[in-house]
Design a protein around this ligand. Structure first.
Ligand code: MG
Length: 394
């Protein structure tokens, strides 16, 4: 299986950063978000980096914090505002992949395995995200880039704020095995205590204990944890969009009479692509891969699939890719009874991100225009000229 490429994006000092982002007067000052600043009875919920330098800690009383930094500005929390910023972050992330798993309000895992090459690799992609968050939202993120969720999360903690840390498979041990086990998400205080009794204090210690022992002691949790820190077990990123997103969009037809010539096959593919493209565009999805299945008049099947040059949802691109694939395996020596095409590896990636694929953009615009005309005047108002005479299609 292909090595996964996972990012963990963590918005730095999220609440306090958002407050500073919307209120320029707070810039350059020590700021904390706290419960009831007027009464001075609340506790510190979040603080910016300047406040952090004074040693102010989350969870301490406002009066304690003010003792450390008398000029500390305390603001009341505005959860609606933080939710809005959280959504804005998701919107930015979703232009890089649809596989986004939020963790709390300010952290997300992104699986960019299928899309990183579109941005010249995961590091460039992460750099793009880092820069965009800063310029568009006026807050910062730290990003961990790795092969698993666990190591990506550790990566985002290593350097912050506004930084990227790569933890590659080749040297994840050197980069993380000396870190305390408390840095692993999911290890609570109780488990930490149990582990420390077993002389396990670092991630390396944990990795060096046989999995069986941890399984015996902590059950499935221990087993998974052991395999994760050894770099063997890699949890999948559970996408927030998963429920809404289909895995594939396909369309097939059995022709009225068997077809044979390249022109007939081409017309059939175009006819099928129209529906597939329309459904993809309707759901604002882009496809990275296509498959073609041919059923001969002898009821033999040929099925092939391939990656597309660029993600697309335009009818023309889908038809061209499907034809190219079909021509790579089909020699037109047998009669065809049915054809099916299917677009998969779907993503919500907007095409505007991919300006390098100009032709794709043009075809997408054309498809969109046709959709609008059809919605207004009916399906049959506009047709591909070549399909006019394709009376072998239903
Ligand atoms: Mg954070």
């Amino acid at each position: 299986m292909k090595e996964r490429v996972i990012l963990h994006c963590d918005a730095n000092s999220f609440y306090a950063s958002v407050e500073c982002a919307i209120n320029p007067e707070l810039k350059g000052k020590a700021v904390a978000v706290s419960g009831n600043p007027q009464k001075r009875t609340g506790i510190i919920l979040a603080k910016n980096d300047i406040a952090k330098k004074y040693g102010i800690k989350t969870g301490e009383a406002i009066w304690q914090a003010k003792e450390k930094c008398p000029e500390l500005i305390c603001v009341s929390p505005n959860h609606e505002l933080y939710e809005t910023y959280s959504k804005k972050l998701h919107e930015i992330y979703s232009t890089y992949t649809h596989l986004i798993e939020p963790f709390g309000i300010d952290e997300c895992w992104l699986d960019v395995t299928e899309t990183e090459q579109l941005f010249n690799g995961a590091l460039n992609l992460a750099e793009d995200i880092r820069a965009r968050v800063k310029s568009e939202l006026n807050i910062t993120v730290s990003i961990g880039v790795s092969f698993s969720k666990l190591f990506a999360k550790l990566g985002s903690d290593i350097k912050k704020p506004d930084a990227i840390t790569v933890i590659p498979k080749q040297n994840f041990k050197a980069l993380t095995y000396l870190l305390p086990i408390s840095s692993i998400v999911g290890i609570g205080r109780k488990m930490e205590m149990h582990l420390s009794k077993m002389n396990i204090t670092t991630i390396g210690d944990l990795a060096n204990i046989p999995t069986e022992i941890l399984k015996h002691k902590f059950g499935i949790v221990g087993e998974e944890l052991s395999l994760k820190v050894k770099g063997i077990y890699n949890e999948t990123v559970k996408s927030i969009y998963e429920d809404e997103l289909p895995k594939s969009v396909g369309n097939g037809t059995t022709t009225i009479v068997d077809i044979f010539t390249p022109k007939e096959v081409n017309d059939t593919i175009l006819y099928l692509s129209e529906e597939v493209g329309r459904r993809l565009r309707e759901k604002k999805l882009f496809s990275y891969a296509i498959s073609v299945t041919v059923k001969t008049c002898e009821f033999k099947y040929e099925h092939h699939s391939c990656k597309m040059q660029a993600p697309t949802n335009s009818t023309k691109d889908i038809a061209e890719n499907a034809m190219k694939l079909l021509n790579s395996f089909w020699d037109y020596k047998e009669k065809i009874r049915a054809i099916r095409i299917c677009c998969s590896s779907l993503s919500t990636m907007p095409i505007k991100q991919l300006s390098m694929f100009d032709k794709t953009t043009k075809n997408a615009e054309l498809s969109k225009a046709i959709d609008i005309i059809r919605r207004k005047y009916g399906e049959d108002i506009i047709k591909s000229a070549s399909l006019k005479k394709a009376n072998f299609l239903r």
